[in-house]
Ligand binder design. Structure first.
Ligand SMILES: Cc1cc2nc3c(=O)[nH]c(=O)nc-3n(C[C@H](O)[C@H](O)[C@H](O)COP(=O)(O)OP(=O)(O)OC[C@H]3O[C@@H](n4cnc5c(N)ncnc54)[C@H](O)[C@@H]3O)c2cc1C
Length: 547
């Protein structure tokens, strides 16, 4: 059977970034969208708060730019921040045209009749939302639109294994020709050839034991791009959300900050309140301070969690304001109207990623990266709330424009040799994969989490090097599976995070190390890791100039 597919554009990932791009490409281009699970599964589906954009007459582009720069702690690229913020309002209009139904407020004349909220770091109301399930509304709307398109082929339950480049095939120049992709239903690796490849595979928060992200967030695209010869930047800046429900069965359930806003207190397992000794604002201190304090107390006590208690507020108040959290906790026999809930901080957002320029172009010609996978320069050392979905939309638009402009310059790729399975056998011991998976996520949490030290990073580096060798051996000898591919990618990404953290000898934004607790004014450039196989594509002057 011929396992080769040919398209003009191959999009790996079907979140806000991947689907927006598919919808923006013209019908003259044939498009394939690849998704590891069902089309809608990914971080986008779970986004709660909303999307930031200047939509209120009293707000301004300048104000959104300044807020973003401030949150980024001196590491944002100001020209990219301005570009994204300026494209914001048009991108929201584009979503409205696709049929996204944002929450309305008929009294909000200045905001075109839409309700805007204000989130941490924003000095104006500028977050447009669909109640508390914005991601679901956006993702399902884009999904139904894309399913209507004849020129877009959708491949669900397919996981990309690796990019195919001219370099890997022995060529001189470095152009992306497509990807090898495992069909999870048949277990066979298929070949996808294309003139352009776009990575839209999301973040890497699954590298940590606790995360708010869904299972698909294993950093696959970052690892694939790195192996193919692309630079990766700012991987030390992983954002942690202070409170996720801690329960063996409650996977990834985020407990909103609004609970603390309404008086919930953080307690040690023995019931002692601890936030006031860390910050005058106590439970209302910024996210990173709260997350660090919880981490400190958990490590000091060797405790698996702390407690969050709102039970002193009236029962009716809790039921009215937090019905979802109440119902979710009750599923695990926790009644938050009468007892505290166990919580842990959780990895939430990957600020760094594959380096791209202001048209989303990566280091290999024909290769783009958009969405959470990419390092664009927008977030710097800390992402401001609700700027990430905006980045997905704007960079999808920029990539679509660039692909359209250059569609004629890129000939169809040459034949790609089929995936070679002749020397591999069925895996003998799946336990190797599951064991290493747990070990990796555990030591990343303990040693490379919210608070770092030189010693912890060295310990983590030794372990990741060992895992790396073991996984490479396993990968070369046995037939690939979804779990093995994800583990291989997580090990690569963990290594990139550790290396980046070791290079930054200061504390800035989301990176905090006890050995260098102060921000160093001289270290105001991104941490850029360059793979041995790096050979810059000729199209990439803008990204290279930033290094
Ligand atoms: C709980 C939660 C709440 C959030 N709230 C907000 C918010 O209010 N506002 C905001 O701006 N941001 C928010 N974020 C962040 C935001 O949702 C994400 O940054 C954004 O949705 C990422 O979109 P994406 O398209 O890049 O990736 P995703 O939506 O994660 O999609 C990734 C896609 O890639 C596919 N994929 C991955 N690997 C492979 C592979 N190897 N082969 C094939 N396909 C692959 C996946 O199947 C999926 O389709 C939140 C995140 C979480 C987890």
């Amino acid at each position: 059977m011929d396992n080769t597919h040919t398209h003009d554009v191959l999009i790996l990932g079907s979140g806000a970034a991947g689907l927006s791009l598919a919808l923006r490409l013209p019908p003259t281009l044939s498009v394939a969208v690849i998704s590891k699970r069902e089309l809608v599964e990914g971080s986008t589906l779970y986004a709660q708060g909303g999307i930031s954009a200047v939509l209120d007459a009293k707000d301004s582009i300048e104000s959104h730019v300044q807020d973003t720069l401030k949150a980024g702690a001196g590491l944002c690229d100001p020209s990219i921040v301005r570009l994204v913020v300026e494209r914001g309002p048009d991108n929201i209009r584009w979503l409205l045209n696709q049929g996204v139904r944002f929450t309305r407020d008929d009294a909000a004349d200045d905001a075109g009749g839409y309700h805007l909220t204000r989130e941490g770091g924003h000095t104006h109301r500028r977050v447009i939302h669909a109640a508390d399930a914005t991601g679901r509304e956006v993702e399902t709307t884009l999904e139904s639109r894309v399913r209507e398109l004849d020129h877009v082929d959708l491949f669900e339950h397919h996981i990309a294994v690796d990019l195919v480049t001219t370099r890997k095939l022995g060529g001189e120049d470095n152009r992306c020709l497509g990807a090898y992709i495992l069909n999870r239903k048949t277990g066979r690796v298929e070949t996808f050839r294309s003139r352009f490849v776009v990575l839209a595979t999301g973040g890497a928060s699954k590298v940590y034991l606790y995360t708010s992200n869904p299972d698909v967030s294993t950093g696959d695209g970052i690892a694939m791009a790195w192996r193919a010869g692309c630079r990766v930047a700012n991987m030390e800046f992983m954002q942690f959300h202070p409170t996720c429900l801690f329960h063996p069965k409650a996977k990834s359930f985020l407990v909103t900050e609004a609970l603390r806003g309404e008086g919930a207190r953080l307690l040690l397992p023995d019931g002692t309140r601890f936030m006031p000794k860390f910050d005058d604002r106590a439970e209302l201190a910024p996210r990173d301070i709260v997350a660090r304090a919880i981490d400190h107390e958990m490590k000091r006590l060797g405790s698996e969690h702390v407690l969050l208690d709102i039970s002193h507020r009236p029962r009716d108040f809790i039921l009215e304001h937090f019905p979802t959290i109440y119902a979710k906790c009750l599923e695990y026999d926790i009644d938050i109207t009468s007892e505290p809930m166990p919580v842990v901080p959780a990895a939430h957002y990957t600020c760094g990623g594959v380096m791209v320029d202001d048209r989303a172009r990566g280091d290999i010609s024909g290769l783009y990266a958009i969405g959470e996978i990419a390092y664009t320069g927008l977030h710097g050392a800390n992402r401001m709330a609700s700027n990430s979905l905006l980045e997905c939309l704007v960079f999808a638009e920029l990539a679509a424009t660039d692909i359209q402009t250059h569609a004629q310059d890129y000939p169809a790729p040459p034949e790609i040799p089929p995936w070679d399975e002749s020397r591999v056998t069925e895996p003998d011991e799946e336990v190797v994969v599951t064991h290493n998976w747990h070990e990796l996520r555990r030591f990343m949490w303990d040693y490379v989490g919210i608070v770092r030290t030189n010693k912890r990073l060295q310990r983590a580096k030794r372990r990741v090097d060992l895992l790396h060798q073991e996984i490479i051996g396993y990968y070369s000898n046995f037939r690939v599976s979804n779990d093995l591919l994800e583990l291989r990618n997580l090990v690569d990404v963990a290594d990139l995070i550790i290396q980046s953290a070791q290079r930054r000898k200061e504390s800035r934004g989301l990176h905090y190390t006890r050995d260098f607790p102060i921000k160093d004014r001289l270290q105001r450039s991104p941490t850029i890791l360059i793979p041995d196989s790096y050979a810059p594509a000729c199209w990439n002057d803008a990204a290279r100039n930033r290094s």
